[in-house]
Design a protein around this ligand. Structure first.
Ligand code: ADP
Length: 370
């Protein structure tokens, strides 16, 4: 029974005791290191019956004297500060099995710790183990990710190197640097050069992606006039021959946005290139610009094949490519838009898309105004 107080009524004492005995938490009372009383749950946790614990030194539950002393010191330091001490410790069950326990102790008399403590104990072995397993799994995942990123970067470098002479010699051959090419050789050599360029672009995308993943990309944000930029891009596109009739138009406000000029250029080219790739007979691109609060909004619309509702949420995912609508193959690996999105976000902006199959697509970028 609990220590008697002549003031408390017997009924009250018995009620309190039965609550403590039936509590779903281990509860015990220790005076001067010696067990006075414990409940049923504590017996389940420790393997000792209440009779076995009674009058025993509380060290019996500890795997070592060091652990016992550590718990004692920490407990009293906490009690002095807050009135109770809560500590995670190891206990040794009857039979020797080591378990993890969450202990919470309160002195019976706040002024005199020597009068003993009443404590609650929870067996947290399972949750400690589960937590450890989760941490180990996270670590393994992180390691695997690092290996993947390093592999990507290594492979990309190794693939890029042999492309340099392939591209170089193809160009020399085409320009007649090794003598006039036989007519029937022009197309094959041109094909070598074109495909090698595709491959170089793909490898550059992979390299950029691995650098983005490793946080190795530095951006240099400066004000940029959207007018000058679009003018330059449109002139660029108009100065080369395309395999289908193409028109790019721009209407809207001129304003300065805060961007990394090179990266923004890359983003715009990727979006416009996509409009070319995914328009069949002819290309009609409309670029609109407007200010919206603190942002400059730039939208690029085409009247190409469009993107289906199921594909739409995934086009910014890595390596994602929609089911091809026609049999013509489009070069690319589904990396362009994921890189575009990361670059835009690095510059403090957002990108979204709206589309309707057969009607066309509109990509909308928002970036901070200067
Ligand atoms: P890639 O063009 O190399 O396949 P992207 O990441 O640039 O990769 O684009 C992902 C996918 O989104 C494309 O495969 C295509 O299905 C779709 N897509 C992107 N831009 C357009 C567009 N302007 N019109 C229609 N579909 C598009």
């Amino acid at each position: 029974t609990l220590s008697s107080s002549s003031a408390a009524s017997d009924v009250y004492k018995r009620q309190l005791e039965s609550i403590l005995i039936a509590a779903p938490t281990g509860i015990g009372m220790v005076i001067d290191r010696v067990f006075q009383w414990s409940n049923e749950k504590l017996s389940q946790i420790t393997g000792y019956t209440a009779e076995e614990l009674r009058d025993r030194d509380s060290r019996i539950l500890y795997p070592s004297d060091e652990e016992y002393d550590r718990v004692g010191n920490e407990k009293y330091a906490q009690i002095r500060e807050t009135g109770t001490g809560t500590i995670v410790t190891k206990w040794k069950r009857k039979g020797g099995k080591i378990i993890d326990v969450l202990l919470s102790s309160t002195p019976l008399n706040q002024l005199d710790f020597a009068q003993g403590v009443i404590f609650t104990a929870l067996d947290i072995t399972d949750s400690v183990r589960a937590e450890k397993e989760i941490l180990e799994k996270n670590k393994a995942l992180e390691d695997a990710l690092t290996v993947k990123t390093e592999f990507l970067s290594m492979v990309s470098h190794e693939l890029r190197t042999p492309l340099v002479p392939i591209l170089g010699y193809a160009e020399v051959l085409l320009e007649g640097g090794l003598g006039e090419l036989p007519v029937e050789a022009v197309r094959p050599v041109q094909a070598i050069k074109d495909r090698a360029e595709d491959l170089a672009r793909l490898i550059d995308d992979l390299l950029l992606l691995s650098r983005l993943e490793r946080g190795k990309i530095k951006i240099d944000i400066k004000p940029m006039s959207i007018f000058e930029h679009l003018h330059e891009i449109i002139v660029d596109y108009e100065s080369v021959d395309h395999d289908k009739p193409a028109e790019i138009e721009w209407i809207g406000d001129d304003f300065d946005i805060m961007v990394d000029h090179t990266r923004f250029h890359q983003v715009m080219r990727n979006l416009i290139d996509n409009s070319f790739k995914y328009s069949l007979e002819s290309v009609n691109i409309m670029i609109k610009t407007k200010k919206e609060g603190k942002f400059g909004v730039i939208s690029i619309s085409d009247n190409g094949i469009g993107i289906s509702e199921t594909d739409l949420p995934k086009v910014f995912d890595r390596f994602y490519q929609a089911e091809p609508i026609d049999t013509r193959s489009h070069q690319g690996a589904g990396l362009g838009l994921s890189i575009t999105k990361e670059l835009i976000e690095m510059m403090g902006g957002t990108i979204g898309v709206e589309s309707e199959v057969g009607k066309g697509s509109t990509f909308t970028i928002k970036l901070p105004l200067a």
